[in-house]
Design a binder for this molecule. Structure first.
Ligand SMILES: [Zn+2]
Length: 227
């Protein structure tokens, strides 16, 4: 295809078909492949987005025990809205497990955080820093992630710590993870977090992953874990 502009008193544009030059046919064939690739990308994108109509994002229904905790409720909701998908993805990928069906009830109050179980809501402390709110959400979700694999009496901190540190580090960096280990290690009460964290971090990431893999062999998921 050639467009020639003839200068002169009688200016006109002539468009004529002519055999394609080597350069033109190269350009045309690369345009054709570009179009094919683009159409392919669009088709794949449409397939992916129709496959994700069912979001893998876990739904958390966050409420406050009393209205004084509204600020903290909003903070937890914001964390979940902005980072929930990343958190779920990192935890499921690291463990190879899948979260239970949504939604999980979460009550913000001023007391010890705990994961709850099935219909029993998770309870999260209102007065944490934003960083510790993030860290504690992952910690309590970790209890839920393996909750169906072990009896209620099972002390599961040594197991969840095998992946909680690595998930924290992946999502927010090693300094964040180290700081949160320090904060949890200072907690005193029903469980010796300090010793559990020290034992966990004496292992390398590879050793932690191997230990967790062994745990899954010993406590296999009851039903196939699938989307
Ligand atoms: Zn715990």
């Amino acid at each position: 295809l050639q467009i020639s502009l003839h200068p002169g008193g009688n200016e006109y544009a002539a468009i004529r078909a002519s055999p394609l030059s080597m350069n033109e046919s190269r350009a045309l064939s690369s345009l054709t492949s570009w179009l094919a690739v683009s159409v392919g990308v669009i088709v794949v994108t449409l397939l992916v987005s129709s496959a994700s109509i069912q979001p893998r994002n876990l739904e958390l229904g966050v409420t406050g025990e009393i209205s004084a905790f509204e600020g903290a409720v909003r903070e937890y909701q914001d964390i979940w809205r902005l980072e929930g998908q990343r958190i779920v993805d990192a935890m499921e990928r690291t463990t190879g497990l899948r979260f239970e069906a949504s939604p999980i009830g979460v009550v913000v109050y001023e007391g010890l955080s705990n994961s709850g179980f099935r219909e029993r809501p998770m309870r999260l402390r209102a007065s944490y820093s934003t960083a510790t709110e993030r860290a504690t959400l992952v910690h309590e979700l970790a209890h839920r992630l393996i909750g169906e694999l072990v009896p209620a009496s099972f002390e599961d901190h040594p197991i969840i710590f095998l992946f909680v540190y690595d998930v924290w580090a992946e999502l927010w960096g090693n300094p964040f993870a180290d700081e949160q280990v320090g904060i949890e290690s200072k907690r005193r009460g029903i469980y010796d977090y300090e010793t559990a964290w020290r034992n966990t971090l004496e292992m390398t990431a590879t050793e932690r992953a191997a230990r967790f893999k062994q745990f899954l062999i010993d406590h296999p998921p009851k039903a196939p874990q699938d989307d």
